[in-house]
Structures are given as structure tokens and as C-alpha cells.
Write a protein that binds this ligand. Structure first.
Ligand code: TNX
Length: 506
């Protein structure tokens, strides 16, 4: 006999009810405080936007929001109300309670959204929260036109740390300026506010220095594996800086020295500490090169480099590297760091160096970036200096996720998506010494933007939450489900993220 085939069939149209509880919205990084209401805002063809003052930063931020709403929904939101306007997004400047530079308040009601901050940066951060609250898909069951339902309530938000950074190594492999601009857009969406560019290393010098043209003409002509390398002209660098500024992101340029300097010394052999003329290098060894630390000509070269880069870098920081100078004598190294610190200060920048620099007699404004040796970070604290945390076994984006990851290293361990998230900066130092977090992406093991994105995402999204969100507001299970909801954005942005099996991707 035949088994009856049972199947159910429904002709009912599937109705997905809009999420209207703001506390369940997938915002990353999680805001400081979110209070729900039982209302919801309807974003549709009858919505408009207004700004309460003429501040150019506010205007630019509002245009940014209008543009992003258009890209996501296709709606063209007018920047002033029209006769048929039914709902309004208002951007206000007012003195909100927090004096944090990046604080904002976002209040969502039935027919108004009010975004308030003391300055344009706060508004810009709040705009990212609002973007994340707009659903990827409209609801078409509520009216005969598309409506994007934004859950109602109030968000009061500000970051835990002021330095929320990622580093990209464009030296071991070069990545074009246009790509850096796309990367900046993704960082901004997650409220990362610093992009640290590792602009020089043994394998390539990547920024034009007008007074020393061979640095890029020759020193920028290759990369790991022997590819053609490349470099940013100063115009291109300025363009990156301007794009970053428009996203309220600061560029931190790094020229790594006295070690990691083979490309510079191959271009100008007088820089070399051992008196020889080195060849260009396309391998992946570290710690074999050094500048001549006792030559005044070397310091006048460094003065030119720092002067030229500083003059096109509006941000307050200059990173001098200082790591793995294994062939520089200790006393020469300490002498070098102090002299270079003076040059950085002469051009009104605050010096940052990898943790080894803590051994020098640093000025109180200089910053130590912990990556390897906690003793160096503790030494920095003894000297009352600020520290940036980049513990390699937690925050290195070039570590493999697991043993099957095809690119990346494992010298500091494997870093799956959960361990990248499950730590707290205060495990290392007390909060008052921590300026923030930097997640470095070293590029020895990949030459494509696909590889870059595979290692960076989704872990970088977790570092954004670690540096923005207070420990009480962080929870892996909750984060994991919010992360799963990022898939649509990452796909829309064409990001080749790693589909970690730890996440139930939507
Ligand atoms: C260590 S981290 C380095 C880099 C390498 C990286 C590879 C640091 C300050 N130095 O030169 O690219 O390991 O993971």
C-alpha cells in the first residue's frame, strides 16, 4: 500500500511583525543605556530631517545620514519638512549630561527621532546607532508603501575608552588608497575612531617623502613575496586622512624605527647601522635591520620624514614603532628613542611606540603600546604613562581563528571569535592607565583584500565593543546573537568575513 504523503500548504501571506523592542535590537557596540518604549517610528517616503543650527559638522553628519538611508532603503529623505511630512528626524546641538567628546542621546518616538550631542562627533556616533536600528528590509504588510520600522525608546551612550583602533600593515603587502577608504567606512559603522597605518617596514616604504624620493621610488617597489608593492603619494594620503576625518576617525601614521628599516636603508644606505648597502627584502623575517643611531645625518633625515608626515596629519599622534630592534645595542636604542621623541614633539605630536620604548626616559605625554611584554606595560604605568593594549594572544587580527585557517600566523596562539571577545582590558592594567585598544592586522600572510577581510571580520567588530562598551554591558551570548545580525550589512558591503561556526549567522 502507499504511505500517505502528508504535506501542509498554506496560502496565507507570511507576516513578519517588526521588532519594536529597542533592547532587542542588534546594536554593536552595545550602548551604555537603552530604555524601551511601546512606540515605534515609521521611516518612509513621508519622513524628513531637520538640523537646529548651522554648524557645518552637524550639516555634514546629516548629509551622511541622508546618504546612508538612501543606500539602505532607496528613500530620499528631504533636509527640511514638506507639506506631506509625517515623521521627522531632528538633529540637535545641546548640552547633554555627559562631557565625553563622543557622547550622544537618541530618542525615538512615534513621529520623531531626536539625536542630540554637544558636538558633531557625538552626532556622528549617534548616527551609526540609528543606521543600525533601521531594518535591512521594509515591512510591506502595514501599508501599501514601504515602511522601515525603528523601535522606540531612548539610547544614552558614550565610549568607555577614547582610543578604539585597528592597525593595518600596508608595508608587508600594499593596499590601495581607495580600498583604505572603503575600510574606513566599515570601521566608522562600528564606532572605531582610530586607523593606525603601519607605513614602513623592512619590505616596503609606503608614503611619499618629498625630500627623500627614493624611499618610495625604490623602497616602495616591492613587498613580501616579491610583488610590485606601491605607495601613497602625499595627495593620496591627504585624501585618506580627509575621508577618515569625514568619518570622525583619526589616522595614526607609523614609521617603524630603528629596526624594521631595511626598505629605507636599501634606498639610502647611509641610514644603515652596519655601514653596508642592503638589498630590498621580500621575506618575512623580523629583527635584522637597524638605523645608525649615532649619526646626526640620520636624525636630520628622520626630522624631514616626521615633519612632512606631521604636516599632512591633523591627528595628535605619531607612532615611531620601536619594536624588535634586535640588532640595535640597548644603549643606542634608548638614545635613539629619546632623540626621536624630541623630533615628534617638535612637530606638535604625541609619540606612540611599541612596548619596548617604555625602557627609555619618556616624556609624560608619550604613549606605550603593549603587544608582547607585560613588564614593559607595567614599567610605563610606573612612569605614569598611558598605555594602548594590543595583547598579541587576544587582539592580533593576523592570528589564525583555528588550525584550519589558511592564512595568518599562530605564534601568539589561535584566536577564535569568542576568545577575541572574552577578555577585559583591566586584566592587564587598571583602567586609568589605559588609553584604549588597538587590534593590529599584520599582512605577511595575505596579499588580497579578501584575505584582509577574512582575518579582520568578524573579530574587529568584537574589539569595537570591547573598547566602547562597559564590562557590565558585555555578554558573549548576547553579543553573539547581535553579531549574527551583522551578516546582512557585511554582505551588502561585500565584506569577505569569516563565517565562524561559533555564530548562528542570519
Ligand atoms: C610582530 S607586533 C611584529 C610584526 C610582525 C608580527 C606578526 C610587532 C610590534 N612586531 O613585525 O608583523 O609580529 O604577527
Amino acid at each position: 500500500f502507499l504511505l500517505p504523503i502528508i504535506f501542509s500548504c498554506s496560502s496565507e501571506k507570511k507576516i513578519t511583525l517588526p521588532k519594536t523592542n529597542i533592547t532587542e535590537a542588534s546594536i554593536i557596540p552595545k550602548p551604555l543605556d537603552v530604555t524601551p518604549s511601546d512606540q515605534a517610528f515609521a521611516l518612509d517616503q513621508y519622513s524628513a530631517l531637520i538640523i537646529d543650527n548651522d554648524n557645518t559638522g552637524f550639516k555634514t553628519a546629516a548629509e551622511f545620514l541622508i546618504n546612508k538611508i538612501n543606500l539602505k532603503t532607496g528613500l530620499t529623505v528631504p533636509s527640511s519638512p514638506k507639506d506631506d511630512t509625517r515623521s521627522i528626524i531632528k538633529i540637535y546641538r545641546s548640552n547633554i549630561k555627559s562631557d565625553n567628546e563622543e557622547a550622544y542621546e537618541l530618542e525615538i518616538k512615534r513621529d520623531t527621532i531626536k539625536l542630540t550631542a554637544n558636538n558633531a562627533t557625538g552626532i556622528f556616533r549617534g548616527i551609526q546607532t540609528l543606521r543600525q536600528l533601521i531594518p535591512e528590509h521594509p515591512n510591506d504588510s502595514l501599508a501599501n508603501h514601504n515602511i522601515w520600522i525603528i523601535p522606540g525608546g531612548k539610547v544614552t551612550d558614550e565610549p568607555r575608552f577614547e582610543y578604539r583602533s585597528t592597525m593595518l600593515d600596508v608595508s608587508r603587502h600594499f593596499f590601495e588608497a581607495d580600498y583604505i577608504k572603503k575600510y574606513i567606512e566599515i570601521l566608522a559603522y562600528y564606532k572605531i575612531n582610530i586607523l593606525h597605518l603601519h607605513l614602513s617596514d623592512d619590505q616596503g616604504w609606503r608614503i611619499e617623502i618629498k625630500s627623500w624620493p627614493r624611499l618610495t621610488e625604490f623602497g616602495g617597489s616591492t613587498e613580501v613575496g616579491g610583488g610590485q608593492g606601491g605607495f601613497y603619494t602625499q595627495e593620496q594620503y591627504k585624501d585618506i586622512v580627509a575621508h577618515a576625518e569625514a568619518h570622525h576617525i583619526t589616522i595614526v601614521p607609523e614609521i617603524d624605527m630603528p629596526g624594521h628599516t631595511n626598505a629605507a636603508s636599501a634606498s639610502y644606505p647611509f641610514l644603515n647601522g652596519n655601514g653596508q648597502k642592503p638589498e630590498l627584502y621580500t621575506g618575512t623575517k623580523v629583527g635584522f635591520s637597524t638605523f645608525d643611531t649615532r649619526s646626526d645625518t640620520v636624525y636630520s633625515f628622520i626630522d624631514d620624514v616626521i615633519r612632512e608626515i606631521s604636516s599632512i596629519t591633523p591627528g595628535p599622534y605619531f607612532h615611531i614603532g620601536g619594536d624588535e630592534s634586535h640588532v640595535t645595542k640597548k644603549e643606542d636604542y634608548l638614545y635613539f628613542i629619546n632623540r626621536v621623541e624630541n623630533i615628534v614633539q617638535k612637530y606638535d605630536k604625541r609619540m606612540i611606540g611599541w612596548d619596548e620604548v617604555a625602557n627609555a626616559d619618556l616624556d609624560s605625554t608619550s604613549i606605550v603600546q603593549f603587544w608582547n611584554d607585560l613588564k614593559n606595560a607595567e614599567l610605563a604605568v610606573e612612569k605614569n604613562l598611558k598605555v594602548i593594549l594590543s595583547p598579541a594572544n587576544k587582539a592580533y587580527l593576523d592570528m589564525k581563528y583555528d588550525s584550519l585557517t589558511k592564512i595568518g600566523y599562530d605564534w601568539a596562539g589561535l584566536i577564535p571569535v569568542d576568545s577575541a571577545y572574552l577578555w577585559d582590558p583591566e586584566e592587564y592594567l587598571s583602567e586609568k592607565y589605559i588609553l584604549g585598544i588597538d587590534a593590529p592586522l599584520w599582512s605577511e600572510t595575505f596579499d588580497s583584500t579578501d584575505g584582509l577581510e577574512y582575518l579582520a571580520f568578524p573579530r574587529l567588530i568584537g574589539y569595537s565593543e570591547l573598547s566602547w562598551t562597559t564590562p557590565e554591558n558585555r555578554d558573549w551570548k548576547n553579543y553573539k546573537s547581535r553579531l549574527a545580525d551583522q551578516a546582512e550589512f557585511l554582505k551588502r558591503m561585500n565584506i569577505n568575513y569569516y563565517k565562524s561556526p561559533l555564530i548562528e549567522w542570519k
